[in-house]
Design a protein around this ligand. Structure first.
Ligand code: ATP
Length: 378
């Protein structure tokens, strides 16, 4: 059996890590008797600089015929921050209504972590469940001189938004604004998912990040929606924390946490923190899930500071590939990749630069591919 997969390697270290992830995924596919038909798409900074096009309409129709896609990273110092991220990465999340962003952060035996509150021999196992379509990621905002007047428009799987904004500042001065928005069904569906995942993990509680004290309209409403959903899950205790307190508590007592539900912006931040706690961004995969297409990508960005140096760790991209195969129903292949990563890191030999070793991005890919080739399977 063959699976069609779309791949956007993207920018910076994106192509480097995705190249290795695909190598490992193909090895896993070979071992477990299926094939991957890869449709590689060129979008990202280079394509934009060459053509002026970020993501053409035909890309959306092409993508809608596949069940899963892998994305490397988007963002390039040659392009002003914003348009690429908004019209490519966020556009994919919004157009395909990928409303849940799962960001697992699980530590590995023998990988040094920057905290000593995880008892020896124990594994830190966090899962950030991030709302992926709203909040301050709506893309609604603008710049004004002396004030602002203009229309706003957004399209989501659950609704269309249209309106206008008029701001007068007196005395007149330059300004910028962004609108955050949370709708009841979007908040409730991601909360439902978080409770379900907490239950699947056998958790007794679910943490939820908020900031209702300082931004009561937006995050007070978020809390209300989550509380509403919590009524359907009396067996799981909801623990609400302001996000600043969450960032304070998480490194101090990480083993007290499991599933952490976050609105979009806080989810991005908290998941980077969680990646740091397990040893590095290069270890943290993610899944963007909707009801149709699913998109998998490492939590990290394009890391322009190390792009082209060979120092990128491809494990986050490879584990994202493992999540993708699991999503396609190839759970044995997915588990084999996880096992290869775990065994490799446990041995502590030839580690990636990020973990204090000297192994290039390609070398790590080779080690993992070889492990998949030779791994005994039942
Ligand atoms: P974004 O907002 O797009 O996620 P960012 O500003 O958070 O991007 P990253 O590109 O994720 O930044 O990089 C943050 C830091 O982590 C950089 O120092 C980068 O070199 C490092 N880093 C990120 N990914 C990796 C990786 N795969 N291997 C090694 N180091 C990485």
């Amino acid at each position: 059996m063959d699976y069609d997969i779309s791949v956007i390697p993207g920018d910076g270290i994106g192509p480097e890590v995705v190249g290795q992830a695909l190598k490992v995924m193909n090895k896993a596919a070979q071992r477990f008797g299926f094939g991957l038909k890869i449709n590689q798409l060129p979008y990202g900074a280079n394509h934009y600089l060459k053509t002026g096009v970020i993501l053409p309409e035909e890309a959306f129709s092409e993508l809608s015929s596949t069940k899963a896609m892998l994305l490397g990273a988007i963002g390039d110092p040659r392009v002003a921050m914003g348009p690429l991220e908004q019209e490519l990465l966020l556009a994919l999340r919004f157009r395909f209504d990928l409303y849940v962003n799962l960001r697992p952060a699980k530590s590995f035996p023998n990988v040094k972590i920057p905290i000593n509150t995880v008892p020896d021999g124990e594994i830190l196992d966090l899962l950030v469940v991030r709302e992926n379509t709203e909040d301050f990621y709506m893309g609604l905002g603008g710049l004004g001189q002396g004030g602002y007047q203009g229309s706003i428009k957004a399209k989501r799987g659950l609704y269309h938004l249209e309106g206008s904004v008029k701001i007068d500042l007196s005395p007149k001065t330059d300004l910028a604004f962004s609108l955050g928005l949370i709708s009841a069904p979007a908040a409730q569906r991601v909360a439902e998912k978080a409770f379900t995942l907490a239950k699947q993990r056998g958790a007794k509680h679910l943490h939820v990040a908020s900031k209702a004290n300082a931004v009561p309209q937006l995050y007070g409403f978020w809390d209300e929606q989550v509380n509403q959903v919590a009524k359907n899950h009396p067996d799981i205790a909801l623990k609400r924390l302001n996000v600043d307190n969450l960032c304070y508590q998480l490194p101090r007592a990480p083993m007290d946490f499991g599933v952490i539900l976050c609105p979009n912006l806080f989810g991005d931040i908290v998941s980077d923190l969680a990646s740091s706690l397990i040893g590095g961004l290069g270890l943290a995969p993610s899944a963007n899930l909707g009801d149709h297409l699913a998109m998998f990508e490492p939590v990290h960005g394009s890391a322009p500071d190390i792009a082209g140096t060979g120092k990128a760790n491809p494990i986050a991209a490879t584990l994202s590939g493992s999540l993708l195969l699991n999503h396609l129903g190839q759970s044995q292949a997915a588990q084999a990749i996880e096992r290869a990563v775990k065994d490799y890191l446990s041995q502590g030999l030839d580690l990636p630069f990020e973990l204090g070793g000297q192994a290039s991005v390609e070398k790590v890919g080779q080690i993992l591919s070889l492990a998949l080739e030779t791994m005994p399977i039942k």
